[in-house]
Design a protein around this ligand. Structure first.
Ligand SMILES: Cc1cc2nc3c(=O)[nH]c(=O)nc-3n(C[C@H](O)[C@H](O)[C@H](O)COP(=O)(O)OP(=O)(O)OC[C@H]3O[C@@H](n4cnc5c(N)ncnc54)[C@H](O)[C@@H]3O)c2cc1C
Length: 301
């Protein structure tokens, strides 16, 4: 899908009626409620896939909004336990107050991680724009320093700093989700070439595996999946996992599971599905191309 066409599509997207955006986002979002998320996770589990639940609602201005999100995560963790689901949770630090006050964010995140620890669950801290990378990694280190092992971070191979970050986190043997990075970042700090981002992904994966990290290999890129498969050959299935987004390349995911690999599906839910979809589209116009391709039935393998 050409870049120009992607961008053109993004410009017309706000004009697309809500029912159409809803139809498109239906595939990528479990639904508006926690019950929707539980239903979708149960279906994924029945198909041999694990999940991680993401509560939609990223931009907040008030401490009380962040507290409300902590309470919502409490409900998610309780629902996972009550329903016996195989799912972790993924959190965004800006949703827990990072842009308001770092100490508040740390406190909120610790609450979620503590609750997860009590129910034997795990919290993945999503990675956001590069302006938040340093603070996100600091908060991760702080939580590990407070004795929490049930927490992991995300590193983005698009960023030039990522190999350095892996080296500086090495003493923690971090549990890392490795992805390309959804946010378009400037050339000074981020690789721009498609293959450069891939090569850095492979280098990061090698470094993480060498250091004994548990890695969630989060990609739908066939070349990277093949490269990763070569690297995990001979490892036990419990020593790594693949990760994909809900609705993206489900058939490829099925094959990974059939071949004996663990696969976790990122499962967003929430009322703010339209905002989420539009923001994803604006951040990375390539997604618009995927959606258009979806509408014409080009994707799905
Ligand atoms: C489980 C998971 C968690 C993630 N967490 C984060 C995070 O915390 N922070 C962050 O910055 N990024 C995150 N990402 C997004 C990631 O950084 C990439 O932007 C995204 O996965 C696309 O990169 P790719 O490796 O799949 O390669 P691409 O080259 O972008 O995609 C390869 C192929 O996959 C298909 N595809 C990919 N994405 C889509 C889509 N949305 N819809 C339809 N088809 C698609 C297309 O066929 C495409 O050709 C996450 C991704 C996954 C899978």
């Amino acid at each position: 899908m050409g870049n120009v066409l992607d961008r053109a599509l993004v410009r017309v997207l706000p004009a697309i009626p809500t029912p159409i955006v809803r139809k498109v986002s239906n595939r990528y979002i479990a639904g508006p409620t926690l019950d929707d998320a539980c239903r979708v996770v149960r279906e994924l589990n029945e198909a041999g896939k694990m999940a991680t639940i993401d509560v939609l609602g990223e931009h907040i201005d008030e401490p009380e909004q962040a507290r409300a999100l902590v309470r919502e995560h409490d409900q998610v963790l309780d629902a996972i336990e009550r329903n016996g689901l195989d799912s972790t949770v993924s959190v965004k630090l800006t949703a827990l107050g990072l842009s308001i006050d770092r100490a508040l964010c740390l406190e909120n995140t610790e609450d979620v991680v503590k609750h997860a620890a009590e129910s034997g669950n795990f919290v993945r801290i999503d990675m956001e724009e590069s302006t938040h990378t340093t603070q996100t990694l600091e908060i991760y280190r702080e939580l590990r320093g407070r004795g929490y092992d049930n927490v992991g971070v995300v590193l983005q191979s698009r960023l030039r700093r990522t190999l350095r970050d892996i080296r500086s986190l090495a003493d923690l043997k971090p549990n890392v989700r490795l992805c390309k990075g959804i946010y378009l970042e400037p050339p000074l700090i981020a690789y721009q070439g498609y293959q450069e981002v891939r090569d850095n992904f492979v280098a990061a994966l090698d470094l993480l595996l060498d250091g004994g990290s548990y890695v969630g290999i989060a990609t739908h890129d066939e070349w990277l999946i093949e490269q990763s498969l070569e690297r995990v050959r001979g490892m036990e299935p419990e020593e790594y996992e693949f990760q994909m987004l809900l609705g993206v390349r489900p058939l490829r995911g099925d094959k990974l599971v059939r071949d004996g690999h663990r696969l976790r599906i990122y499962t967003p839910y929430g009322q703010r599905w339209r905002e989420y979809s539009m923001r994803r589209l604006q951040e990375n116009p390539k997604i618009a191309g995927y959606i258009l391709a979806d509408l014409f039935g080009i994707n799905g393998s």
